[in-house]
Design a protein around this ligand. Structure first.
Ligand code: GCU
Ligand code: CA
Length: 468
């Protein structure tokens, strides 16, 4: 049924294009060979199984995270029909996530094809941005991917209007959102937000229980609506055309029990959402209260993670919690907890294929001292943390900041050196000595003021900029 209506719709579209273009032929889908740069294959380009097109195919390593990635360009934002040609000579299907610009768009199941020389094409539909897009096939089981020959891409429609519900594909989410309840997407940790484009003269957001939310329309400075619930009107009387909105929430932590969930946009009558751009870079910051930006009233958006990433034009999140440590010794040890969707999740529930960070910045060690973590334990734990972040984000540049209070700094540096010696070429120690003066730039010798955060951001930005 679905296939039939898709075919009908594209047939209608093709007919329309033909009418408009006179006798011109309808453009064939653009073919992207897996062996041709800038395509990426985490494995080898092989040519030992006949029937492939071009000069070879991607034989990705049989492991989770060993991916095949294509770079495709679209003349307009909209929906792309993908034809991925593959062979799977086993009898076991190989499942994968399909990430567009680092964000999971859909799943794909590569069934057995009977032989490694039997190639078939799987058709999928994903949203794309106008301009360049990465499309990444990331296996979800240790069997890995099938052999992948090429990707055909055809942008089949212009902007598809959405209804503003949490499940609306036009809404771009940043950070750890728990989507298990389709009516209420829950923001985990701190600094999560969403962007949307919409038509109509007004915009609002549907909330559940009381929450402090911040928002911006058309890139204006962020502003707060504190302690709101139900349908919250954010703007009325907007001029014609489309507008953008960003919405984020105060983090639920400590004694603050607000309800940071997104229940959908409240659109004007007849209005719709439209695709909105998503930067190719995403920086995940992992840390404690300093990374959250506590106790400053305008956190998360006055804290250095937000400032740095915005200055770099990147998406971002603050996977951080006040009091957090590196090591789980009577403390939220982020070497374990960063695998969760929030500080209240009860198991390692986060699926790292939901998005891939291009950079991860770790700022941990301020609190471990109060929990009796020895320097040896810290260093060992930090190595494990760096290994786990690498596993979660195979391509990311990883930055380990020496903490501002000068605790465990040699151990942090040594852990980075150990990982570099082990062959990880994308992990960097960040020496923060002298970046801030505790007497001037903090509220209590520990937590930076807004001005202190700005100073940190100014120092960190050029370091990240060298690598992403
Ligand atoms: C065989 C086959 C490869 C394939 C691999 C796999 O080794 O020759 O082309 O990639 O199996 O199971 O992934
Ligand atoms: Ca393989």
């Amino acid at each position: 049924m679905r296939l039939r209506s898709t075919l009908t719709a594209s047939a209608v579209l093709a007919a329309a294009v033909l009418v408009l273009a006179g006798n011109a032929a309808v453009a064939a889908p653009a073919r992207h060979e897996a062996e041709a740069s800038p395509a990426v294959c985490t494995g080898t380009i092989d040519s030992n199984h006949a029937g492939f097109s071009g000069s070879g195919f991607c034989n990705a390593d049989n492991a989770v995270g060993a991916a095949a990635q294509f770079t495709v360009s679209a003349s307009t934002a909209g929906t792309a029909t993908l034809g991925v040609r593959f062979a799977n000579g086993t009898t076991t299907a190989r499942p994968a996530d399909v990430l567009v610009n680092g964000v999971r768009a859909t799943g794909a199941t590569f069934a057995g094809t009977g032989a490694w020389t039997t190639w078939v094409t799987l058709t999928l539909t994903v949203p794309v941005n106008s301009g360049g897009n990465t499309i990444r096939f990331s296996p979800t089981t240790a069997g890995g991917l099938p052999n992948i020959d090429y990707l055909d891409v055809e942008v089949t429609g212009g902007a598809v209007g959405g209804n503003g519900q949490p499940t609306d594909q036009n809404i771009q989410y940043y950070g750890r959102w728990n989507r298990s309840n389709a009516s209420w997407y829950a923001m985990g940790w701190a600094g999560g937000y969403l962007d949307a484009r919409f038509t109509g003269s007004s915009i609002g957001v549907r909330q559940r229980n009381a929450i402090d939310l911040y928002y911006s329309i058309d890139g204006a400075p962020l502003q707060w609506r504190r302690n709101v619930s139900g349908n919250v009107t954010l703007a009325t009387g907007l001029p014609g055309g489309s507008h953008t909105v960003r919405i984020g929430y105060r983090e639920r932590a400590g004694s603050y029990t607000g309800d940071p969930v997104f229940g959908g946009l409240v659109l004007a009558g007849g209005a719709q959402t439209a695709p909105v751009g998503r930067p190719t870079n995403f920086v995940e910051f992992i840390g404690d209260s300093i990374t959250v930006g506590q106790p400053n009233a305008n956190r998360p958006f006055t804290a250095y993670p937000w400032l740095v990433a915005e200055a770099l034009g990147a998406g971002h999140s603050q996977v951080a919690q006040g009091g957090a440590c590196l090591v789980s010794q009577d403390c939220y040890g982020m070497m374990d907890w960063f695998r969760r969707s929030s500080g209240s999740a009860t198991y390692d529930d986060w699926n790292f294929s939901t998005y891939q960070a291009t950079a991860v910045v770790i700022n941990l060690g301020t609190n471990d001292i109060g929990h009796g973590v020895s320097t040896a334990q810290f260093q060992q734990g930090y190595v494990v943390m760096l290994e786990r972040v690498r596993q979660a984000y195979p391509d990311a540049q990883i930055f380990a900041m020496g903490v501002f209070r000068n605790r465990y700094v040699p151990e942090t540096r040594n852990a980075v050196a150990a990982r570099t010696a082990a062959g990880d070429s994308r992990v960097h120690f960040v020496d923060t000595a002298g970046w801030i003066d505790p007497a001037v730039d903090t509220t209590d010798n520990v937590h930076p003021t807004d001005a202190g955060h700005a100073k940190i951001a100014q120092r960190l930005r050029p370091i990240l900029d060298q690598y992403i």
